[in-house]
Structures are given as C-alpha cells and as structure tokens.
Design a protein around this ligand. Sequence first.
Ligand code: GN1
Ligand code: MG
Length: 369
Amino acid sequence: MPLYREQHLQEISQQFRIYGQILHAEPCKIGHINETYTATYDQGGVLVRYIHQKVNQTVFRNPEQVMENVMRVTTHLQRKLKEQGTGQATRRAITVVPTHDGKPFFCDGDGEFWRTFVFVERVQSFEAVQTPHQAFEAGRAFGEFQALLADLPGGRLHETIPDFHHTRKRFEALQRAVAADHCNRAKFAEKDIAFALAQEPWIDTLLNALASGEVPERITHNDTKFNNVMLDWETGHAMCVVDLDTVMPGLIHYDFGDMVRTTTSPTLEDELDLNQVRMQMPMFESLARGYVTAANGFLTPAERKYLAFAGRLVTFTIGIRFLADYLAGDTYFRVHRPDHNLDRSRTQFKLVESIREQEEAMQKFVDQI
Ligand code: GN1
Ligand code: MG
C-alpha cells in the first residue's frame, strides 16, 4: 500500500473505539466492490487485528441505511447466539466496532464512508470449493443465518440495492447496454449476448412465484458467494458468514442459487478454460443437504420445489450483470485484466448450461432430503 494510504488509514483508525496503537495495515484483495484492509494493533503488548473497510458509494447509494441493517442484523445474531449458549460469539457473527461517538461508521473529509469490524481469527475463506464437506458447511452456514434472522424484530430491512436480484430488470439493463454499446465491445460478445437473450422465456419464474404468493419474502443474505463463508482452520466448520451489506428482504432462492453458482464448479468464477466449468453433483448434494437441514424449520414445499432451478437463475442473473458491465466499460465490478467481465460472464453461462442438463436430477435429490 502506498505510504500516503497507510497514513490515511492511521487517521481513520483513530476514529473508532479501538484501544492501542496501529502497527500496520494491508489491503485485502477479496471482493469486487468495497476496499478492505486488515490492520494490526498493539493492545497492551498483544497483537489484535481489525478490519477497516471503505464502502463503495457508487454501488451502495445509502451507506447509512446499509449500516442500520448491519447493526440490526449483527446485534440480533449476537444476542441469539449468546442465548443459545454458543461460545465465541465474536467468531460466530461479525461485530461492528463503533466510533468514539457511538456511530457504526465514520465519514472522512473526502466524503468517504468507513466502518470497522472485529477481525475473526483462525478462520479462512476460499475462492473455490475443495471438498464436498466444504459445500455442506456453506449450505449449513447460510441456512442457519436465514433461520436466525427469521424472527428479527422491527420493521422491514432497507433494500440497500433495490431490485438486486430482479432478473427481469437485470435483463432489461443488459438489453440497454447492448443497444448503447458504449465501448464498441458488443462485436466481441455476439455469441454471449445471443445466448443471454435467448434465455428470456424462463427468467420471470421466481418473480411470478413471489407475485402470486407461492413463495414468501424472507430476510436473506443475497451475496452467498463461497468466499463469504469463514471456515475454522482446524475443524473446517463454518464459523460465520461475512459481507452483510446486501442482507435485506429477498427470496431464499437467491441465497441458495448463489451457493450453487459458487460451490459446485471446481473452477473460479473467471475460469478461462470453459471445459473445466461444470456443476458437480457430489458438491451439489452436500450443499443441498447442509442447507436444507439447517433451513428445514421454515422452508415450505413451494420453496423447496425451486431450489435446483435457483442455481440456474442466479448464475444466469450474475452472468448477465457481468456481461452488461463488460459492455458498459467495467464501471461496476472491479476488473484485474482486459475482458475480465466478459470472461466472468462466459464462465457463468457455461455453468448455466451444465446446471440445466442436470437440473432434474438435482431437484430429485432435494426432494428426498
Ligand atoms: C460482488 O464484492 P463481492 O465479490 O462480495 C457483487 C455480487 C456478485 C459478486 C460476483 C454488491 O460481490 O452481487 O455476485 O460480486 N456484490 C454486489 O462475484 O454487487
Ligand atoms: Mg459482496
């Protein structure tokens, strides 16, 4: 990190209720949206770590509402975990560190929005799943997360990004990006665009099910990427889930679908060798077992019915978001190489096809859990 950034981070860190002295801070490269740093402090001779994070305000237009949600959710999780007698509550749910005047965030002189979390030690996250057991743990972790939040008191949570998983609106956004072809890139993505547009007949399925009351709105995480699950170093058990910025009203399918997207293929989400990209049944089975077991208390038969389909839908939705961002000139997702968003969208579309081929078998498995 350049020196001036480090200096700035030192100033930021002093705004929060942290005892001791900051020693150093490193950028953490996970995630496409926010800017995250791991900072080490000396507290009475012991090294203690915290997370400082700058919120991307282009993506999160109302960060104060984001933090209102995050506070309600984390306070509730902490309280329930303690009531249940779960030890190590600050490893089981993230903890927000307030500023000296008790606010959950700090706005610096440049209008940047910062927040701080307790660093969860002795856990790690992975970009791709290595074993079915990990897929099981991911499913269990997010299933428990939804279950714990089912009785969140107070009014409806804020929609921090309205219509976040609204496939029809994402589809229309793609159509607009194709028509505008702002960067003259559509010619490099003709096949991909054609594939995406051809999927239109089934994209409203869950929106219709929600509108007709067949499936209910719940509190969901909405960004259940596998790298948002923290696994204990020693036991491999999921300790907690992170990245709570999009916790808001949603369908459980958005969570389960994104888990299918990020836990069942042996590849990363930007894999270039599409032959490697595929939905692996043993991973799906473990994932589904972990999730359904944890969510069993509240899942309705109608919700179960769409679990395999959810994998296809969410993978497709994120695929078209990548593609639209490629066409618009990479303004939303952070990219690390030319055509990165195009590569990401191709990986998603390949996975959509693989899921579709196996969807019946996947749902059959779910039905007998
Ligand atoms: C973004 O920043 P990250 O990696 O947690 C995105 C998700 C996408 C994901 C794709 C707020 O999440 O919706 O699924 O990239 N988050 C937001 O990797 O748009
Ligand atoms: Mg995220």
